[in-house]
Write a protein that binds this ligand. Structure first.
Ligand SMILES: CC(C)(COP(=O)(O)OP(=O)(O)OC[C@H]1O[C@@H](n2cnc3c(N)ncnc32)[C@H](O)[C@@H]1OP(=O)(O)O)[C@@H](O)C(=O)NCCC(=O)NCCS
Length: 182
């Protein structure tokens, strides 16, 4: 049984990450997403922030965050996009994933953010933390290995999940990500 004292979540602007943190994130990310393993600390594009939890020197939990304006039904909505949330397999089911999600929600509530947004097939952790799934006609920039392939237009049924953290309600209408899909 792993002894886990409550561990601090630390927030890093992407620009402040040193090569050792990039190495640790790359290793953890590739371990947690083996079908999308790449020799870098992000999959398509660098995020704006990272939230990290270390156990001593060992990185055990990670989430990337993008702060972005998207368009929903023609209305601008400020979001924090959740990217590559992952926890070391030896430290799962201890509440660390929930700790990171709660930290992101609190950050959004404290700042100029309307919604936390993510895409997920397995939605349990997010439902448990107050997210709801939405369906919408969506468009986003397709990116693969440093090449863009133009704009995807597709209806996403119950793939995107949102959590309100500001005053605005989620507008009716199509979602334009104004960038890539996390
Ligand atoms: C999803 C993940 C981050 C959860 O981390 P965690 O520290 O175990 O989370 P918590 O302890 O706070 O909560 C655990 C609960 O999350 C839910 N959960 C488990 N795997 C999940 C998954 N892949 N996606 C969403 N929810 C998940 C379950 O309800 C689980 O409850 P259980 O422990 O009783 O089975 C971790 O399982 C992981 O890194 N998985 C691989 C990467 C991944 O799929 N990330 C999500 C991308 S959207």
């Amino acid at each position: 049984m792993i002894e886990l004292v409550k561990m601090e979540t630390q927030r890093y602007p992407e620009l402040e990450l040193d090569s050792e943190l990039h190495r640790q994130i790359t290793e953890l990310r590739n371990q947690c997403f083996p079908d999308h393993a790449v020799p870098r600390s992000y999959y398509k594009q660098m995020p704006h922030f990272r939230e990290l939890i270390h156990n001593g020197k060992h990185l055990i939990a990670h989430v990337g965050l993008d702060y972005r304006t998207i368009s929903v039904g023609g209305v601008s909505i400020s979001i924090l996009g959740v990217i590559d949330l992952c926890v070391d397999p030896d430290h799962r089911s201890l509440g660390l994933g929930g700790q990171l999600i709660k930290s992101v929600i609190e950050l959004g509530q404290a700042k100029q953010v309307d919604f936390i947004l993510l895409a997920a097939d397995d939605q349990r952790l997010y439902h448990d933390n107050g997210f709801g799934a939405i369906s919408a006609d969506c468009s986003w920039l397709k990116i693969d290995e440093f090449k863009n392939y133009g704009i995807a237009k597709q209806r996403l049924e119950n793939v995107l999940m949102i959590h309100k953290v500001g005053e605005k309600d989620w507008p009716v209408g199509p979602v334009d990500m104004l960038g890539y899909l996390f």
